[in-house]
Design a protein around this ligand. Structure first.
Ligand code: GAL
Length: 405
């Protein structure tokens, strides 16, 4: 009798969950390759206004970033004013006097898309109104403004269940009816890679980035991380990434104070790891060197490859690591990373190496199969039939694109 009762409860619960999942949807035709864009937070923090956002859209076009594939202009925290008497969120009228709809129209007129930021809790990380209890209202409001992207943060959430909080906003966005990329930002605290594939289009895997190579920056109750600590926190996550659902290594710090070699390495690593590439510098005043890094078409093509496979760490020699990303048509991207503070020589005799990727089921015997290669950053050319000899500056990468011979 008790057994029967338990069975009935189990069957009922299962049917409920099927019913729940049948309604649960995210917009599917978004972020089939990692999203490319810009976000205000890394440079401007709370100091955002409509004029600056317009200028950033202009700069995305005039710099050639739009032509290179970047499409989102994202306003992070602090655009919010108060809720009105019916609970609808309003913009901060002092800094966004023309309103969000007018700003979205402007960004759209440039052929770009507009992103916005909210939080699953009562207040955002900077203390503005969060979406808790207002999810459906907020999604409707964003849709009416013409918003294309929602980054959804995790401050002030106390005892909220992350899976249902993010699913609620996903459902609210779907119900509002306007396709919006849903970017989950809970810093990897609740392992979103295990449950968010049908919830968001990307999820942050770590705490905030900081523009340094290997530091951890202590802010008291939390830390932010440099390029290497964020890279190292991706261990074990590649199997969760794929078209429509990416491991997000946070907005980039290219052009925000690191050396050119470090910036190039940072960009190349984020690209090969199939992370969203969201610039975080001031596009209006960036140097030629920064622009050249952000618009490197070959590196962007590696990130945007249709197979959507995140790179694997192939060889680990301590200071030197080699990452490999399988690409369309039998190509491979191979990234050599020098983590060390000094320059390093490194030689690779391909003939003695074998590559096996259990996740993408790729396998190469380099003694049998030969490739030509092209150096993505300096244009050099070669073949895997010959030994590769590299001299790598401190904190730098070499990236080769291999094509079957
Ligand atoms: C953090 C988030 C940052 C930024 C900030 C805004 O939680 O990780 O990327 O959005 O909040 O207050």
């Amino acid at each position: 009798m008790i057994k029967k009762l338990i069975m009935a409860v189990v069957v009922f619960a299962a049917s409920l969950s099927v019913a729940f999942n049948a309604h649960a949807q995210k917009f599917e035709q978004i972020a089939k390759t990692p999203q490319l864009g810009w976000n205000s937070w890394n440079t401007f923090a709370c100091d955002v206004n409509e004029q600056m956002i317009r200028e950033m859209a202009d700069a995305m076009v005039s710099s050639g970033m739009k032509a290179a594939g970047y499409e989102y202009i994202n306003i992070d925290d602090c655009w919010h004013g108060e809720r009105d008497k019916n609970g609808f969120i309003q913009v901060d009228k002092k800094h966004f006097p023309s309103g969000m709809k007018a700003l979205a129209d402007y960004v759209h007129s440039k052929g770009l898309k507009l992103g916005i930021y909210s939080d699953a809790g009562n207040t955002t990380c900077a203390g503005r109104p969060g979406s808790r209890g207002h999810e459906y209202q907020d999604a409707l409001t964003y849709a009416s403004w013409g918003i294309d992207y929602v980054k959804y943060d995790w401050c002030d959430t106390q005892d909220i269940n992350p899976k249902s909080a993010y699913a609620t906003m996903r459902d609210a966005i779907h119900k509002a009816g306007r396709p919006m990329l849903f970017s989950i930002c809970e810093w990897g605290d609740n392992k979103p890679w295990e449950w968010a594939q049908n919830v968001g289009h990307s999820w942050r895997t770590t705490g905030d980035i900081y523009p340094c190579w290997s530091c951890e920056h202590n802010h008291g109750s939390w830390s932010s991380f440099g390029v290497l600590p964020i890279l190292d926190k991706q261990a074990g996550l590649r199997k969760y990434a794929g078209p429509g659902h990416w491991n997000d290594m946070d907005m980039m710090e290219v052009g925000n104070g690191m050396s050119e070699d470090e910036d190039r390495a940072h960009f190349s690593l984020w690209a090969i790891m199939a992370s969203p590439l969201i610039a975080g510098n001031d596009l209006r005043t960036m140097s030629e060197a920064t622009k050249k890094i952000l618009t490197n078409k070959d590196m962007l093509a590696i990130n945007q490859d249709k197979l959507g496979i995140q790179a694997m760490k192939w060889i680990d020699e301590g200071d030197i690591e080699i990452y490999v990303k399988p690409l369309e048509k039998g190509d491979y991207a191979v990234l050599f990373l020098n983590r060390a503070d000094t320059s390093m020589n490194y030689s690779l005799d391909w003939n003695f190496h074998y590559l096996k990727d259990d996740i993408s089921k790729h396998e190469i015997f380099f003694d049998k199969k030969k490739f030509t290669w092209r150096d993505i950053w300096n244009g050099g050319k070669g073949s895997t039939a010959e030994k590769l000899n590299l001299t790598m500056a401190a904190h730098s990468v070499v990236v080769l694109r291999l094509t079957p011979q």
